[in-house]
Write a protein that binds this ligand. Sequence first.
Ligand code: ADP
Length: 499
Amino acid sequence: MILIVDDKKENIFSLKTLLESKNFEVDTSLSGEEALKKVLRKDYALIILDVQMPGMDGFEVAEALSGYSKTKDIPVIFLTANNTDKKFITKGYESGGIDYITKPVDPDILLLKVRTFVRLYEQTLSLNEAQQKLQLEIESRKQAQEELKTQVEHLHSTMESLPQIAFTADNQGNITFVNHNWYKYSLSSARFPETHPDDLNALQNFQLNCHSLHAPVEREIRIKEIETNTFRYHLLRIIPIAEENKVCNWVGTLTDINDQKLVESKKDEFLSIASHELKTPLTGIKAYIQLVERVVTKSDVPTAPLYIERAKDEVLKLESLIADLLDISKIQNGQLQVNKKEIDLEKIISHAIDTIHQTYPSSLAIERQGDLFDQPIYADAMRIEQVLVNFLTNAIKYSPDAEKVIIKTEVQEDDILIAVQDFGIGIPAEKQKHIFSKFYRVEESSLKFQGLGIGLYICAEILKQHQGNFGVESKVGEGTTIYFTLPIKHHITYAKATY
Ligand code: ADP
């Protein structure tokens, strides 16, 4: 809309008629004061302002308009009586579009200028509108970017807190983030850890093909640990993050499953050894029964008791094997219970030595050394004897050429230490820490000596239930000492147990 400000009604009338004939919307004011009130209430695209008016003249009105932010950009056409007025025009109105027309008004020139200014005003308006929209768009993008940044930071700190190796990659397979665990397997954040040649380099395959992949990747691979220079089994999982049905990023983890894998393979190995170990005494029993059958049929009865005795020995071996297997499953289910009472340790030691003498009648000597202990110990007699028999059996088994085994006791401040020393094959230093683990057998001796690798593991579990410590000292070719301790001040444990 155009505002015409003139104190003369006839001038207003002719201008209004002219502009309305060209389809402009027109509003009018008969004074500067009235015009100012109107411009504050309504929006105008152009003001045609008579310079000479009583009260506020045109210049004063323009000056006032330039002071308001709402009106300062409205273009103004001054109607001046002569050219000399022109020099005053720019004085107070510098920012907006401005022009002048001398009276008498030439309609063509006025229309030309009006059209130009109105178009200019409309363009300015739409430009402002576009700028406002753009500003809003920038703001919302900035906000989205901030939110994204926070989310990414959150994701990264979550990934840092994971015990696994974690990384993110873009849709071209370029790594964009790695957590600190990554550096245990790769020196550079840009390079995937070295994969075992037999594992078909799953990581590089992912990198090459990820642009065409849509489903999560999951497989077991071996990657090389820098510190130990060994390959460890990891479960690789890479999940696509899709936006608008397009994969834009990948989040990956590598979980160390090496220990599980080892236990799995040890378990398989154990099952095959266990079946073999169970079969051996069974075969023996079968053979002795056949022999008894034969001698009885031949009426050669006096030799029968010998075979029956041997069959009984095999039955005992079978029994002890089955007892160990049952113990393993009890430990697995947390059901290996110990029945503690006040017991005489010396009695248990001599009982264990007797058992060994009976089982291995022709074997080497068992020498008793150290402090005799006459106070009662609070423990499960059967289980402690089981530990001692196990240590002694191992000592005899793994010292085929030795003449004796020593069992010694040492009274310490709060504990009594019981050690079984042999002069056998010994255990390599780096393997010693594993001998109390489930299914563990020292490779070097596993072929020559039969065993299941569960005896010491069961002992360890029994000793843990007694709050006892255990350990090994050994030198290859010189012998081994395996020891355990039991707390002497049993009443403290007792008080705790019944608390
Ligand atoms: P196993 O039935 O194989 O003897 P254990 O659990 O009793 O199982 O022992 C675990 C492993 O520790 C054995 O396989 C053996 O390699 C090693 N070991 C145990 N005791 C001795 C020892 N006295 N001397 C040498 N090696 C031993």
